[in-house]
Design a protein around this ligand. Structure first.
Ligand code: UDP
Length: 232
């Protein structure tokens, strides 16, 4: 095991089923890929986006703050679903929220999260930062820094960071490694700019790889990244 404490980001869209709802098989596969690392004592934190339900920035009809509140609640719903599938696969889990959620999730506190990690639980961080005008990219970077994580793993629907959009430009080249300063200078869409600057400032490395490649999460947890590593 290369990494002791890792934060994994799953986009909301990646969890969606073909006809809406969730892709249960994919979530079960993710659970099974995490098991060896959990058995080896790694602490795994998970942040899930909300794009399968809602993105605040694409809603023009209502106030942005309210739209973002819907987005943050969507991330909590995703945490509940994925956590329950993980439990049915025999993985102990805990859900934390950036805002009070009654009995649905514990209110985020570094000490309480550390307690859950010590209990061997996979910890879900729902609700992003708890504030509008941020994203779950910023949410995961913030929590990774707060929780002293070793690195962030971004499981995406693309197999790394390219110098151009490979769907549009057939000559687009994938980077094996990059610095976060290059990501910022070249405005490469790895995570949003706020999240990139936070990674740079607080020296939080990340890796990008394809969620849909077989065993990509398991391999990434073993330090084998078939994608792009962004150093700080
Ligand atoms: N969001 C927010 N503050 C946060 C995190 C998320 O307001 O700290 C809202 C925002 O509306 C965002 C939505 O939640 O569009 C879903 O998150 P994101 O777009 O990051 O999800 P993804 O695209 O990764 O599925």
């Amino acid at each position: 095991m290369q990494n002791k404490r890792v934060m994994l980001k799953l986009s909301g869209e990646a969890l969606a089923g073909p006809k809406g709802g969730y892709n249960e098989d994919k979530v079960r596969d993710i659970a099974n890929q995490l098991k060896p690392a959990i058995t080896n004592g790694a602490n795994i934190g998970i942040v899930i986006g909300g794009g399968n339900y809602w993105r605040g920035r694409t809603s023009e009809a209502i106030d942005r703050t309210k739209a973002d509140q819907i987005g943050m609640l969507a991330t909590i719903m995703n945490c509940i679903y994925v956590s329950e599938i993980f439990r049915s696969e025999g993985i102990d889990t805990a859900i934390f929220s950036a805002f009070a959620c009654g009995d649905i999730a514990e209110f985020f506190s570094k000490d309480r999260v550390n307690e859950r990690f010590a209990e061997g639980k996979v910890v879900f961080f729902g609700g992003g930062t708890g504030h509008p005008y941020f994203s779950t990219d910023t949410g995961i970077v913030l929590r990774a820094i707060e929780m002293d994580a070793d690195m962030i793993l971004l499981a995406k629907s693309i197999d790394g960071v390219y110098n151009a959009d490979p769907k549009i430009d057939p000559d687009a080249k994938k980077y094996a490694t990059l610095t976060m300063q290059e990501v910022i200078d070249k405005r490469l869409a790895v995570v949003d700019l706020t999240a990139s600057v936070m990674c740079l400032e607080h020296k939080m490395p990340l890796a990008v790889f394809d969620l849909n490649e077989e065993d990509s999460i398991k391999n990434a947890l073993d330090g084998k990244i078939n994608g792009t590593i962004v150093t700080v």
